[in-house]
Design a protein. Structure first.
Length: 615
């Protein structure tokens, strides 16, 4: 009924490494639980004990401990499917999750542990105002002043000129910390995360990512030129860039050179039917002054070409050889020469830290992309261009079967970019978006178009982008996944019926007979089972009728489920004959304990390897 308790999991890992540091304690209810003796753990990890407030290098802020705990606290929630908002629900491998991304990340811990190749997020920039993501540990100004030592318990200021704006840095860091910790566990061993931010938090974000992912796993600090137009004359610096910080999960990640990407390969063409294939023009001049390389070059018709100011790149002998092999060619008038750089001989050039808007797009271009999808209406503020995300896909080596995740989905650019990439090269990359149903301002263009939340608007953008990408996929259309499953973070489907006998009256028993909430469908229960069993939420689902019962067949028998109110012996036998890996029924579907025991006996005889559960 809850997401995994990561605290218990972490204690178990510590117990494997340092058995002596794990001890027993008593919780608030008086129950004996496993706990960590941190004094012993410090002793195991150091030749001296670090205690109290001893100075050390670290990023700290009021609320950090609470935000760290928040990442581990289990929640009693689930993901409910919404077929009406979905596209090709039963067959697609893409997911659009509506809800708080902290909840979504917790719910996905078992199903997607170590499976995500690339995470890209563009979290809300810290402009000094309150956040939509207001977790339980967010603070008031008075709380911040008291905890940071700027006021005493009764609110009297302890220092002058209190830095109340720091509260917003603390809020932002507390919001990001648990989400990044949960995101790290979802990355594959060769996976990476890229995070966009502006100058308000770039320094703090770098320190935070160092702490969560390890400083040794830093990949790059990329500077993206998001605009190229001047912003007038003022007494302040005109900012035309954002920062993108990249971190890998571990050493298995390999950064891909830019020349190997389809976006850069378009610069290579076979203009003259060269048998060696596509090429681009290269420089034949020397970068430095080399008087020994200044010689006249004879042309095929008997003329000469004077050397460039610094001389040629090669000696006379090498130049002549390159002309003979066709690597260096003359223009028609024989007034200049061109070097051919062949695509098939490239080893790739290093990824550069400066990403120009002319190469990967600007916010203006991104707005134009959205307008083309929404009949000329600018329904999103400052979206990201798809070319920017596509370039991240290339350098991160995202390929066939890989999963890309964006849990601050915003305008849905990440899904659009993944689908564009799939349409171009025919590969099957899937995506997962998570977006809070943040209410749109009533005066916004999106609200005027009839949209109420950012999540609703983003889903529509993905629908339209998917249709366009499918039309552009050409020969790849047969394998193109143009759909997505719409899911919503919601309370658990199960009613908490756990009661102590001495706390339960006779009249209360009738209310506790049913353990499933009213209004929850078979699809709702199916997805909670997928989460509880740690199964992929994009597995194919077939709905079939067996002996008059609605049955869900997941991934060709990885799971078979029936949540009808009654289960017949004929149905149980038919499902057992299919020998599924897992099967699940509704507990109340069995009229008696004998009926449930008989069902279990059928599986023991017919399909003993099947894992049978009842909820």
């Amino acid at each position: 009924m809850t997401s995994p308790d990561l605290t218990d999991a972490n204690i178990e890992k510590l117990a494997e490494l340092f058995p002596t540091v794990v001890t027993e304690s008593v919780d608030a209810d008086g129950n004996v639980t496993m706990a960590v003796d941190f004094d012993l753990l410090r002793q195991e990890l150091s030749d001296h004990v670090i205690e109290g407030s001893q100075e050390r290098y670290q990023l700290d802020w009021p609320g950090k401990r609470a935000s760290a705990v928040e990442a581990n606290i289990p929640i009693s929630k689930t993901l409910r499917p919404n077929a009406e908002e979905s596209v090709e629900f039963d067959a697609t491998e893409n997911l659009f999750i509506e809800g708080d991304n902290l909840d979504a990340l917790k719910l996905m811990q078992e199903s997607y542990l170590g499976k995500i190749k690339l995470i890209y997020i563009d979290p809300p920039y810290n402009t000094g105002s309150d956040f939509v993501y207001s977790d339980s540990f967010s603070q008031t100004v008075d709380d911040y002043l008291r905890e940071s030592g700027q006021s005493d318990e009764i609110g009297a200021r302890l220092i002058s000129n209190a830095e109340t704006n720091g509260r917003y840095h603390s809020d932002w860091l507390s919001m990001m910390f648990p989400r990044l910790r949960l995101a790290r566990s979802l990355l594959s061993d060769d996976g990476a995360i890229f995070v966009s931010c502006d100058y308000h938090e770039s320094a703090n974000l770098r320190s935070l990512l160092d702490e969560v992912f390890g400083r040794s796993n830093f990949i790059a600090e990329l500077i993206w030129q998001h605009s190229v137009q001047p912003k007038g004359y003022t007494d302040t610096v005109s900012v035309h860039h954002n920062t993108i910080l990249g971190y890998r999960r571990g050493e298995a990640f390999a950064l891909q050179p830019l020349e190997r990407t389809p976006e850069h390969n378009v610069n290579y063409r076979n203009r003259d039917d060269d048998p060696r294939g596509p090429w681009r023009a290269g420089d034949v001049r020397n970068a430095l002054y080399r008087p020994n390389l200044r010689y006249q070059l004879a042309t095929p018709s008997g003329g000469v070409i004077d050397p460039p100011e610094n001389g040629w790149r090669w000696s006379r002998e090498t130049m002549q050889l390159k002309i003979e092999t066709g690597e260096v060619v003359f223009n028609e008038s024989e007034t200049s020469i061109t070097r051919k750089i062949y695509l098939d001989t490239l080893e790739g050039r290093a990824v550069e830290s400066l990403w120009l808007g002319s190469e990967v797009g600007t916010t203006r271009e991104a707005t134009t992309e959205v307008k083309r999808l929404f009949d000329g209406k600018a329904v999103f503020d400052t979206p990201k261009p798809t070319k920017l995300i596509e370039q991240l896909l290339w350098i991160a080596g995202v390929g066939e079967g890989d999963i890309v995740m964006d849990f601050f989905a915003g305008s849905g650019t990440t899904a659009d970019a993944v689908m564009r990439a799939n349409a171009k090269d025919g590969k099957n990359r899937s995506w997962i978006l998570v977006q809070l149903p943040e209410t749109l301002p009533p005066t916004s263009e999106a609200a005027k178009q009839g949209f109420s939340t950012i999540a609703e608007l983003a889903r529509e953008r993905v629908r339209r982008a998917s249709k366009r990408a499918s039309e552009e996929s050409g020969l790849n259309r047969a394998h193109f996944d143009s759909g997505f499953r719409a899911l919503t973070v919601d309370t658990s489907n199960m009613i908490d019926v756990l009661r102590a006998p001495d706390e339960t009256g006779q009249l209360d028993l009738a209310e506790l007979e049913e353990n499933i909430k009213p209004g929850r469908t078979g699809e709702d229960l199916l997805f909670q089972v997928l989460l509880d069993w740690g199964l992929d939420l994009s597995m194919s689902i077939d709905r079939v009728s067996i002996h008059g019962h609605e049955v869900f067949r997941v991934e060709d028998g990885a799971l078979i489920a029936c949540f009808d109110g009654e289960v017949s012996p004929e149905l149980v036998r038919a499902i057992a004959d299919e020998k599924p890996v897992r099967v699940v029924f509704r507990d109340s579907a069995f009229g008696s304990d004998d009926a449930r025991i008989n069902a279990e006996q059928v599986f023991r005889e017919v399909s003993p390897a099947t894992d049978v559960k009842a909820i």
